[in-house]
Ligand binder design. Sequence first.
Ligand SMILES: [Zn+2]
Length: 140
Amino acid sequence: MSQVPIAPDIFTWPADKPQLIGTQCEACGAITFPKQSSCPRCGRTEMRERLLPSRGTLVTWTTQEFLPKEPYASGETEQTFKPFGVGLVQLGDEIRVEARLTESDPSKLRFGMEMELVVIPFRREADGTEVVTFAFAPCS
Ligand SMILES: [Zn+2]
């Protein structure tokens, strides 16, 4: 079975311990995710690729209860859509990233919970290729 990431340059894959791919500004140190070619803080263009920590802590979360609009393209319909969690995860001291969560029940999540980056199936193409995306899962 072949797997492809949902977009290039979002996370390292294949990988035993996937990491999100961000950029860091050489001039002021600001970190972005996803990658950017110019710094949102100082406007310079000396950005270098930086792999972000694969673990972080949960800051806020909610549940996506309805099928998101395009460009969300999971192949699901209003009928087959399964709600999923969405959260803001603090990665080290570096950056907060909004991401899908593997847990969709808000009562099973708590502030400061340790979360780990995982890669999960997103949709299946007609030729059998599995498209994968990233999410954060509570550390067990
Ligand atoms: Zn900068």
